[in-house]
Design a protein around this ligand. Structure first.
Ligand SMILES: C=CC1=C(C)c2cc3[nH]c(cc4nc(cc5[nH]c(cc1n2)c(C)c5CCC(=O)O)C(CCC(=O)O)=C4C)c(C)c3C=C
Ligand SMILES: [Fe+2]
Ligand SMILES: [Fe+2]
Length: 339
């Protein structure tokens, strides 16, 4: 058997073509909202050296000795609260985004572009996604990780997974990799539209929180640009909508472990705001291109409770951009120079 894999039937005939394949990726979810499925998912996720950067040997002892014994059942309960008949919201929404992107491409003279979805952890895997494109004879691939703000932990890790698969291929495709799009005008427009629609239909909140998924603070001091890209995203929306900067805050959520993460923390901020008399907040989470556990459970349920218990009265979550039409337009705008 050859060390490198390839499609070997009719290699000189027109099985290979000039079509472009788009691999749309996101983080991924467990296969089911059960402790068993979560153990499998969290083992893959938390073994990624881009996610946890502490020395391997020590981390493997902690991961296998403690975390994978305790966390799966706790996380399974959280997933159960957001699971639907379609399964994981993140995966279901990504499927819808891909379908709408296909339709949009077809309407704009790109009906030959193949769009395939893949997840960094769990299923459908990056390997299966790349394989599906190769099977169709596609030799030019654009990878679009749906993380607007680049981070080593997310986009960087997706790149690792793609290259790991391609090291096993005989014919490495022409590869385009979207490293981030927080500065894309159409993305900022879609995000701004979502905020403006909220403002048009609700009493004006006293504060608007832009709450991004956090990372350990050390990622920032070691050179990860994510923190700056989050602030740049907030600033772009603030200036596009002419929002009062005193009413807007950028915060970070979803801490994991004991180390210091990016601050200010969303949950602490909400408690402090409520305790100091703020009654009405709106919150959005621009790092998530699709609603997922971190928005539907952590923001919609857990953080709402913190705010209300501390004396707040109205807590409005502005949904992720999901399959909004203007979000799909942004995807097209990001992709078009690669097609
Ligand atoms: C352990 C460290 C983690 C880092 C660093 C991290 C960065 C990071 N994650 C996202 C996006 C998502 N994370 C999601 C879930 C999730 N994240 C972590 C840990 C880290 N994330 C865990 C352990 C989990 C799983 C759930 C749990 O057990 O708490 C999700 C949701 C997935 C879903 O199925 O809905 C997303 C999306 C970003 C953008 C990011 C850094 C920039
Ligand atoms: Fe995460
Ligand atoms: Fe910064």
């Amino acid at each position: 058997m050859s060390r490198f894999s390839a499609i070997t039937d009719n290699p000189h005939e027109n099985r290979f073509n000039n079509r472009v394949g788009v691999l749309v990726t996101n983080l991924g979810s467990p296969d089911a909202a059960t402790a068993k499925a979560l153990r499998v998912y969290l083992r893959e996720f938390l073994s990624d050296p881009r996610i946890v950067e502490i020395p391997r040997f020590i981390w493997m002892l902690i991961l296998h000795g403690i975390i994978l014994r305790v966390r799966p059942s706790k996380s399974a309960k959280a997933y159960q609260s957001i699971w639907t008949e379609q399964g994981s919201p993140l995966i279901d929404i990504t499927k819808k985004q891909c379908q709408k992107l296909r339709e949009y491409l077809a309407k704009h003279n790109h009906d030959d572009v193949e769009v395939v979805m893949a997840m960094r952890y769990g299923n459908p895997s990056i390997e299966a996604g790349l394989e599906a494109l190769r099977e169709q004879g596609i030799t030019k691939i654009v990878v679009l990780p749906l993380y607007p703000q680049y981070s080593s932990a997310t986009t960087g890790s997706t790149y690792d997974a793609i290259s790991r698969v391609l090291t096993k291929w005989r014919w490495v495709p022409e590869l385009h990799f979207v490293s981030g799009y927080h500065g894309n005008a159409k993305y900022i427009e879609a995000l701004s539209n979502s905020v403006q629609e909220y403002l048009d239909n609700n009493p004006t909140p006293e504060k608007i929180l832009f709450s991004y998924h956090g990372t350990p603070k050390k990622f920032l001091t070691d050179g990860d640009p994510y923190h700056c890209f989050c602030h740049a995203t907030t600033n772009a929306v603030v200036s596009k909508l002419g929002l009062d900067t005193d009413k807007v805050m950028t915060t970070f959520q979803s801490r994991f472990g004991r180390a210091e993460w990016l601050k200010p923390y969303t949950d602490f901020t909400l408690k402090e705001l409520a305790q100091s008399g703020t009654k009405h907040v709106a919150i959005l989470s621009p790092a998530f291109s699709a609603d997922c556990l971190e928005t539907l459970e952590e923001l919609e349920e857990e953080n709402r409770e913190y705010f209300i218990e501390a004396g707040g009265e109205q807590y409005d979550y502005i949904p992720a951009l999901n399959d909004r039409d203007d979000h799909i337009v942004a995807f097209y705008d990001i992709l078009k120079s690669h097609l």
